[in-house]
Design a protein around this ligand. Sequence first.
Ligand code: LLP
Length: 418
Amino acid sequence: MHYFQYRDNELYAEDVPVREIAAKVGTPVYVYSQTTLERHFKAFTEAFSGAPHTICYSVKANSNQAVLKTFIKMGGGVDIVSGGELSRALKAGVDPKKVVYSGVGKRDDEIEYALNTGILMFNVESEQEIDRLNEVAGRVGKKAGIAIRVNPDVDPQTHPYITTGLKKAKFGITMEHAVAEYKRASEMPNLEILGIDCHIGSQLTKVEPFVDSIKKLKELITELRGMGIELKYLDLGGGLGIQYDAEAPPLPADYGKAIKEETKDLGLHLIFEPGRNIAGNAGILVAKTLFTKERDEKHFIVIDAAMNDLARPSLYGSFHGVQPVVKDQDGLIGADIVGPICETGDFLVKDRQIPMFKQNDLMAFMSAGAYGFTMSSNYNSRPRAAEVMVNGDKFEVIRERESVEDLVRGESLPSWLA
Ligand code: LLP
């Protein structure tokens, strides 16, 4: 459930007509509904009521300060994968003791930064990272809390690019090596073993793969206990899917029920790293039709947003619903919606029956709150879109549209060309 609904044929973000936002801020623009963000965060955390847990929102999904602050105010922590994400989350006021740091390639300076910040734990993803973490922690005189990210070799049945828990994926340490690595880590002076972690993929639409991976982790936890290695945290990553089109992902409550059942006797504090489930349907991308083009074979709607603004359709062939901001189109048409970028792969909608958008019509790409703005780029020297947050009948810009000056910031000519 989200708060982008029609009133008299006009699309509203909560109590604000989307048309007004576009008129004031221009297009393309990302619009987030704060009430939806809050509602989704609440549904997720309530799904685990009765079980000690922390929601460490996955910053990569949508890293705007206003979005982070919304969850932090509700008691959320964060899952980060870079020093940049840590700095954003700290700026937004996160409690360092609610920060978990995942990722296969952490640099020394990033590790030092996180240690000095006093984050809860590092989700370590390789044998070498364990050694490096111990070394760097020794150098800065801190103890690094760790969980080993285990790769349980479970198929999440999602897009191959966002499948992470299979043996052939670059992520985590295999089940076979995990015990030996826990043993090695337990003997290192500057590491403190705190937990176990797994994240098997994103946009999962079933609970079974989650349950299957917990079953595998439980075997490991028992084995570790037998060796005298006690854990405090079980980090189950993110991955719960959302409805973009006709998918029917489990509700957070159903996901929570299945996970609580499977983990109830473990006595571990659960950590979750949801991104998409909370932010995905809380945001839309609003764009404007520049031109329409009729070809014998095809109808094209050329808009002012492109693959640099919303990469998911080009990159994964992902579906995003498209809806008119004002419903006054003359029926439907089979068409592609394309951007101005010089690539045939620059489309947001491909071969779909959509409203017959006219020149200057505004449209909203739905479910764009996660992996939308964060994956945007400046390709074709396109300034990145503005971001707006709505709450009730108020809206404010939470990231201004980039300017052409922003595009060349940091560039300089070598002395021989100047
Ligand atoms: N934790 C870890 C370690 C992750 O790698 C991810 C996502 C998450 C949590 C959050 O997953 P979520 O709850 O959002 O599924 N760009 C792709 C998605 C990439 C996901 C990467 N990792 C897309 O647009 O579909």
